[in-house]
Design a protein around this ligand. Structure first.
Ligand code: AMP
Length: 366
């Protein structure tokens, strides 16, 4: 039987070192600044990396050859750069180092055959990401896996790839989740398998994972698949509800529903060894300022790590606050009030106050 992901961290280390020395991997140094969101009392990270200002963004369109009906894809993962290949992660996936990384050892879990980045995660994708996190559990217990699904999710490559950041400290989101799931006055702790929310003012769904070691009758794959399906169901319900708001234009409604196609939906998926989260995306970048400044946001933004590539972007993040900014790219609560009646507005306000009260206790001690 073939075994996968044996000794992953040491293989990542040796491949990284060789690729860096040979110039096949480009590590960009960045200045990480911590921002405390006073409204939410959360510490967020802004990574300032001016050298990345020239990197192209957005999924490049599929290039169609003029003659024949052949479709030619510009695909950096097929064939892949052999110097970035770490090892096979499963029968269907290979691990490649991220060629342009800001965090050392940032790696991609790429499907061996071409599959589109608009495809939902399959059981084998979920399990491979989980196995990669488990393989790093001793060296990097706070590693985070993510998937930027669809055109407005912040993905830049059309070939299906999940990603893992082998980081040595919890992300701001992990810290926040650990706080939010704890027992507090007037609130019981969140139990494994249950849903929870964090104080993002936009639609998001999260579930605390059951531990496969302590869940009789279920293995890791069962738990991951069940969790993902539940989150997807809830996300679809939320965006359907959002789309049904009376004041939305037909165009907006269509955008929200991904043009009626599953592949038209965009969302960020985050997995740690503790929880899974989904955030549906309305747009790839934050709302442009008068000076045209807009930041591209991917899953890492929702993990609390935003990348600023110019001094203007950095300034904009500091001024607006990370939570407000990332929420602009999702489906925001309460910012769409134009079409609501006074009663609906009052009801929403009440719900918001309850939420803030519930969150307040947890957040004030962060
Ligand atoms: P995303 O932008 O989230 O779709 O992630 C794709 C990642 O692939 C980016 O972070 C790029 O830096 C990285 N990338 C681009 N070209 C290559 C390549 N030839 N080999 C490995 N990684 C690459």
């Amino acid at each position: 039987m073939t075994t996968y992901l044996d000794d992953l961290y040491s293989k990542l280390g040796s491949t990284y070192h060789a690729a860096l020395l040979s110039g096949n991997l480009i590590f960009t140094t960045s200045d990480t600044q911590t921002i405390t969101e006073t409204e939410y009392n959360i510490e967020y990270e802004v990574c300032y990396a001016p050298a990345l200002a020239k990197k192209p963004q957005g999924i490049p369109p599929v290039v169609e050859a003029k003659t024949h009906e052949k479709i030619e894809r510009v695909d950096p993962f097929l064939p892949h750069d052999p110097t970035l290949f770490v090892e096979d992660a499963s029968e269907h996936h290979k691990i490649l180092l991220n060629k342009f990384c800001v965090v050392p050892h940032h790696f991609l879990i790429v499907t061996k055959d071409f599959r589109p980045q608009t495809q939902p995660l399959l059981p084998e994708d979920l399990l491979t990401a989980w196995n990669a996190l488990q393989a790093l559990k001793n060296s990097h217990p706070d590693a985070i896996a993510f998937y930027n699904c669809g055109a407005r999710s912040g993905a830049s490559q059309p070939h299906k790839h999940l990603q893992v950041l082998p980081i040595t400290r919890p992300t701001p989101l992990t810290n926040l989740v650990r706080e939010v799931i704890q027992r507090r006055p007037g609130r019981r702790e969140t139990r494994p398998g249950e849903q929870f929310t964090v104080p993002f003012p936009c639609v998001h769904h999260a579930i605390l994972l059951q531990d496969p070691e302590n869940t009789p009758g279920k293995d890791a794959e069962d738990i991951l698949v069940e969790t993902y399906i539940k989150l997807m169901d809830n996300m679809l319900m939320s965006i359907r509800e959002y789309a049904e708001q009376e004041h939305l234009s037909e165009e907006e409604r269509n955008l929200v529903m991904g043009g009626g196609r599953a592949s038209g939906l965009a969302y960020n998926w985050i997995l740690t060894s503790e929880f899974m989260m989904l955030v549906p995306r309305r747009q790839e970048s934050t709302n442009p300022t008068e000076d045209g400044i807009a930041l591209s946001i991917n899953s890492l933004g929702f993990a609390g790590m935003v990348l600023a590539k110019t001094p203007e972007e950095l300034e904009h993040v500091k001024k607006t606050g990370v939570i407000e900014l990332i929420a602009e790219t999702g489906f925001m609560f309460g910012k769409d009030g134009e079409g609501r009646s006074a009663e609906e507005e009052a009801q929403k306000k009440k719900e918001q106050e309850v939420l803030e009260k519930q969150m307040g206790g947890a957040l004030s001690s962060l």
